[in-house]
Structure formats: structure tokens, C-alpha cells
Design a protein around this ligand. Structure first.
Ligand code: MC0
Length: 139
């Protein structure tokens, strides 16, 4: 059903600072950056950037405003791991299978995620305290 771990998301107060920290200390490269108004985030994907070295990426998520889920997360828990994202080939199929197994998804239909991907979430209260994202990448 699931292909691999696509990314782990870290809630950060300041995107530029976080990118610089992970680049300077760990050598991660910025692979992609965008603002997603609907999700209330400014985000960056960082990783090895090595062709052929398929790896889970790290998604840095900074809040766009106080209503952002990321702002609420940071207020409550402080900066830190916010989500784990599983990559799937067909999110409509996987959603159907998960619902048939009694797993509740946050959105009735997938929403737009990073770089035109389609995403949905399992609430952390249903998944052992972890916000699970399922993501179908854009081709
Ligand atoms: C909340 N809780 C979490 C959590 N967020 N636990 C683990 N991980 C998280 N990320 C816990 C709280 O501590 C609280 O527990 C309970 O869940 C209810 O929290 P709340 O603060 O009242 O929050 P809600 O219920 O209003 O919102 C939680 C919910 C929300 C998961 C529904 O964060 C949401 O809609 N998330 C999905 C969208 C999202 O995260 N977007 C940003 C990433 P207690 O024990 O205190 O009751 S955008 C993205 O990821 C895109 C760009 C992409 O990857 O492509």
C-alpha cells in the first residue's frame, strides 16, 4: 500500500534560520521551497540532493500566521517533529482502503501539498500520537 517514507516534517519558528542551521551543521541542501497558503505554511524540503540516492526528505514547516496549524503546534509543544509522511502511488485507492479499515482521514478529498502533490492526514489521536500524512507525488 505504501511505497516509502516520503518525508518527516519539523515545525520551526523561522524558515530561513532553520534551513541555514541544517545546511551549516549537517550539510543538507535545500531542494525545494514554497508557500502553501491553504495549509498556512512556508516550507522547504531539504535532503541529500544526490541523484539516485533515494531517501526520505526533511520538511521544514514555518507558520504563515497565528491561525496556522504550525503556529498552534509550536505554541503547544514547541518546535519539533510535527508529522511523518508516507508516499503512495494512488491516494484515492489508499484512502478507500484505509477508510474500509476504519481509519479516519482529515479531509473528505485530498488537498494540494508540496509541489503539486495530493495529500491527506490521519489525526494524531487516531495514530498513536503521530500526525500521519499520506502523499501522492505529482508526476
Ligand atoms: C495536534 N496534536 C498533535 C499534533 N497536532 N499530536 C502530534 N502531532 C501533531 N502534529 C495533538 C494535540 O497535542 C492535542 O492533544 C490534540 O492533538 C488536538 O490538538 P489541537 O491543538 O486541538 O489541534 P487540532 O485538533 O485543532 O488540530 C490538529 C490537526 C491539525 C492534526 C487536526 O494540526 C491539522 O489539521 N493538521 C493537518 C494539516 C497540517 O498539519 N498542515 C501543516 C503541514 P491533547 O492531548 O492536548 O488533546 S502542511 C504539509 O504538510 C504540506 C505542505 C505537505 O507536506 O505537502
Amino acid at each position: 500500500l505504501f511505497i516509502c517514507i516520503d518525508h518527516v516534517g519539523i515545525a520551526v519558528p523561522d524558515l530561513d534560520e532553520a534551513i541555514a542551521y541544517h545546511a551549516e551543521k549537517f550539510g543538507w541542501r535545500e531542494l525545494h521551497r514554497e508557500v502553501n497558503e491553504e495549509q498556512g505554511v512556508a516550507e522547504a524540503m531539504i535532503g541529500t540532493g544526490e541523484q539516485g540516492a533515494e531517501n526520505a526528505k526533511i520538511q521544514l514547516l514555518a507558520p504563515l500566521n497565528e491561525e496556522s496549524t504550525i503556529a498552534k503546534f509550536i505554541d503547544k509543544k514547541g518546535p519539533g517533529l510535527q508529522q511523518l509522511a508516507y508516499r503512495v502511488a494512488d491516494i484515492d485507492h489508499v484512502s478507500e482502503v484505509l477508510r474500509s479499515r476504519g481509519v479516519r482521514l482529515l479531509y473528505p478529498e485530498p488537498k494540494r501539498g508540496t509541489a503539486g502533490s495530493r495529500i491527506n492526514f490521519v489525526h494524531p489521536k487516531d495514530a498513536g500520537g503521530v500526525l500521519l500524512e499520506i502523499v501522492e507525488l505529482a508526476n
